[in-house]
Design a protein around this ligand. Structure first.
Ligand code: GTP
Ligand code: MG
Length: 423
């Protein structure tokens, strides 16, 4: 078996058309994971669809619809290694209709690359994605200032973008003195793995070097197993193979696992990671595993696996602390937007608004407020309209955060503080 390098999942996020997929494709090409021959083939196909320059994006945008439209729709996970890490790159869609997929990607990531087109600057999904990364617990971020070729590698344009991006990130809660801002052109190959002669004024790292200097976040292996399901496959000769990333705990062969809210039990027969069979998987591992006793239609994206002896918590109702980001009017009891939590998306009802608090100090400023508006923080009681797995912050913090979306935007975010168990 190959020597075990640490894994790192990196999600590429940002506004539509800012060049996320092209950057990912360029990294795979420059690091030799995609051959010249494969790229030439993609180039031909792109030209056939009237989408010349999209060949790098086609490395991750593999479905016919994505290639024809020239946009990313669902997540693509692709692996490559450096001397230091085993990277899984998660290319997320920028289109506002597919933010739900981006959230799933962010929930699986250790770090993010926020791609911003320097010629158009910070845009709505630049803001929304950066915010969602923070909400979903991604604490490390790099900003790739892309399409530097379009602005003739103008340092002043780069500086302006860096200032805007710093304002955005610090407003969300990132420590900007740690963030790297890298001027790149993924189309023309500047500062991807080689320092570019076109940006002599830039003395920092290339994009891939900066990815290599991300740090491995804590891997909570002492907590109970929790693996949110991302997809479920049925593989001939193997059986049902759910895939996902372990958030907490350990999975071993022979373990009896329950999937909730589906309420299905099975036994772990095989575990596979990076096309190798393993007998034990840890937090951070992206795995596919075969479970005896589970059919393909028994479980789906949004279910969570955990030990039968300490199964994932299905909440009948839960208390949460939330902060309102952006709502066109006000938020009141009875409101039922969609909650995005790990890989699940479930409509939930605000049962009651319990206490309004000062977002800075946490001090209670009003009991049972009638409504909440932008910028308000509050303790609330939430009732999922369908069974939902969520854990309280005190027990499994990695499974407690959620984003709330409605009308095509992220209106609020929060963390579960207490659960009323289903049943
Ligand atoms: P979505 O996934 O749909 O959100 O878009 P994306 O961010 O993945 O953008 P994509 O990589 O598909 O690129 C969109 C367009 O920008 C394509 O035409 C690319 O060729 C072009 N593009 C990407 N990077 C660069 C660059 O560095 N310079 C120039 N000039 N064009 C670029
Ligand atoms: Mg894309």
């Amino acid at each position: 078996m190959a020597e075990k390098k640490p894994h790192m999942n990196i999600v590429f996020v940002g506004h539509i058309d800012h060049g996320k997929s092209t950057t990912v494709g360029r990294i795979f090409y420059d690091t030799g994971s995609v051959s010249q021959q494969e790229l030439d083939k993609l180039k031909k196909e792109a030209e056939g669809f009237g989408k010349s320059t999209f060949e790098f994006a086609y490395v991750t945008d593999a479905t016919k619809e994505e290639r024809k439209r020239g946009i990313t729709i669902d997540l693509t996970h692709m692996k490559f290694e450096t001397g230091k890490y085993y990277f899984t790159i998660i290319d997320a869609p920028g289109h506002r209709d597919f933010v739900k997929n981006m959230i799933t990607g962010a929930s699986q990531a250790d770090a993010a690359v926020l791609v911003i087109d320097v010629s158009s600057g910070v845009q709505p999904q630049t803001r929304e994605h950066a915010y969602l990364c923070k909400v979903m617990g991604v604490s490390q971020i790099i900003v790739a200032c892309n399409k530097m070729d379009v602005v003739n590698y103008d340092q002043a344009k780069y500086n302006t973008l860096v200032e805007d991006a710093k304002k955005l990130l610090s407003g969300i809660g990132y420590k900007v003195d740690k963030v790297k801002f890298i001027p790149i052109s993924s189309l023309k190959d500047d500062n991807i793995i080689k320092p570019s002669p076109n940006t002599p004024w830039y003395k920092g790292e290339t994009l891939v070097a900066a990815m290599d200097s991300f740090e491995i976040p804590p891997r909570p292996s002492d907590l109970p197993l929790r693996i949110p399901i991302q997809d479920v496959y049925s593989i001939t000769g193997v059986g049902t193979v759910p895939v996902g990333r372990i958030v907490t705990g350990i999975m071993k062969l022979g373990d009896k696992v329950r999937f909730n809210p589906a309420g299905k039990d099975g036994e772990i027969k095989t575990i596979e990671m990076h096309h190798e069979t393993i007998d034990k998987a840890e937090p951070g591992d992206n795995i596919g595993f075969n479970v005896r006793g589970i059919g393909k239609t028994d479980i789906k994206r949004g279910d969570v696996g955990g030990p039968v002896s300490n199964p994932p918590t299905v909440a009948k109702e839960f208390k949460a602390q939330i902060i309102v980001r952006q709502h066109p009017t006000v938020l009141t009891a009875g409101y039922s937007p969609v909650f995005h939590c790990h890989t699940a998306q479930t409509a939930c009802r605000f049962k009651s608004l319990d206490k309004k608090i000062d977002p800075k100090t946490g001090a209670v400023v009003a009991e049972n407020p009638d409504f909440l508006k932008n910028g308000d923080a509050a303790f609330v009681t939430i009732e999922p309209t369908k069974p939902l797995v969520i854990e309280s912050k005190a027990v499994i913090p990695q499974m407690a955060s959620f984003a709330i979306r409605d009308m095509g935007t992220t209106i609020a975010a929060g963390v579960c503080t207490e659960i009323t168990v289903k049943g």
